[in-house]
Design a protein around this ligand. Sequence first.
Ligand code: GLU
Length: 464
Amino acid sequence: MSPENSRVRVRIAPSPTGKLHLGTARTALFNFLFARHHNGDFLIRIEDTDKERSKKEYEHNIIDNLKWLGIESDDHIIHQSERGDIYKRYLEKLLNQNKAYYCYCTKEELEAEKEALITAGLPPKYNGRCASQKPQEAGDASSQLIRLRVPQKKIVVKDMIRGNVTFDSSLIGDIPIAKNLDTPLFHFAVVVDDFEMKISHVIRGEDHLTNTAKHILIGESLEFNIPHYAHLPLLLAPQGGKLSKRDLETSFDDFRNQGYLKEALINFIALLGWHPEKDREVMSLDELIEEFDIKRVQKGGAAINIEKLDWLNAHYIRNKSVDELVLCLKGFIPQEWFDKNGLLRGALELQKDRLKKLSLAKENLGFFFELEEYEPELLIWKDNSEKETLDSLKKILDLVEDSFEKSFEKIVELAEKEGRGDIYWPLRVALSGLKNSPPPIEIMKVLGEEESIIRTRKAIKKLQ
Ligand code: GLU
């Protein structure tokens, strides 16, 4: 099978034991890009066999966040918890063919043996004690596990990213595949599902590489077609080391709540371990689909560089129209601001080039809606006196009160005559209450005549 001559079908198989996080989002995106690039199918399978740890709310969180990114399953979403009969059928087949057997060793016995092997510096694997059980004697209530008989052989994982990775089955031992006929274990369910779902390529994290050797053994025993495999590089902390607990617990919601746009997140995630030819950095989803080539995924770990995400986010915010941005800001700014549509749009027009994240909009746009208290001293430019500052503001006020429209030009003339700092500084502070803001005349245009006059008078009053 290769992407060229068989239908590409890929999947992600998250366990709903936590919210969506960056790792799963990356696996999802890479699978999705691969599927779209090859005109194939992208599927979602929920691995919810762990009844205690799996929660519907996590499942919804994963599916909804992926949907927000534009990543949706091309077919109905599969749940492992609903597929008991399928697993059972394949388990019975293996038992009937004597390719699997019931194991009666207790947890304690197995633990003790494992300890002993580790102490002796040997690989911890099952000693095969129950392998000679006759099938007809087996399956009673005292059985603990069903194991796959693993033949002695070399297993070659033909990884599309790493090339051939060879494993020795004698180090693996007979693999537990189910607790009983109704309770398959992870490795078994994955292999059966990938076959039943006609998955052509399994693309998942590098942490699954050793599992893949087991999956190939299970698949071969079941006489399945073995899918192609690709293992994505680990995600690393910004400095390059292991991800900290905090990094690992960062959920996708946290990124959304901080106001990263989906375009920025997709672009950022796509570059976590992959890069296009010519090292382009800013790419839309369509461009990513067009360019995505699994062979260009790197082997080494991919560091999470939040500065790059910030940079991409600022880029995408800058390139959005004010109309689009207003829609994106729902939930990030007070509801009343939306009622002052003209003010909001004007403020955004002026500030969007400085906006790194939507969560900063409240702070960046706030002064347009409400002037915060500030110290009168802030109005004073450099070594100017209070009196000089007051005079400047009075002159400005006269011009504004005379004709708001004409005052824009007149203030420029005044600043050229008296000194830019002497005029623009106090006006800036009067209008915004801030040291840093967009140019004061631009602020005036957005605030309008009435509010500009109120704020200038207020400044004058502070100095009197
Ligand atoms: N359920 C596994 C996980 O969440 C994924 C298994 C797979 O992709 O094959 O890590």
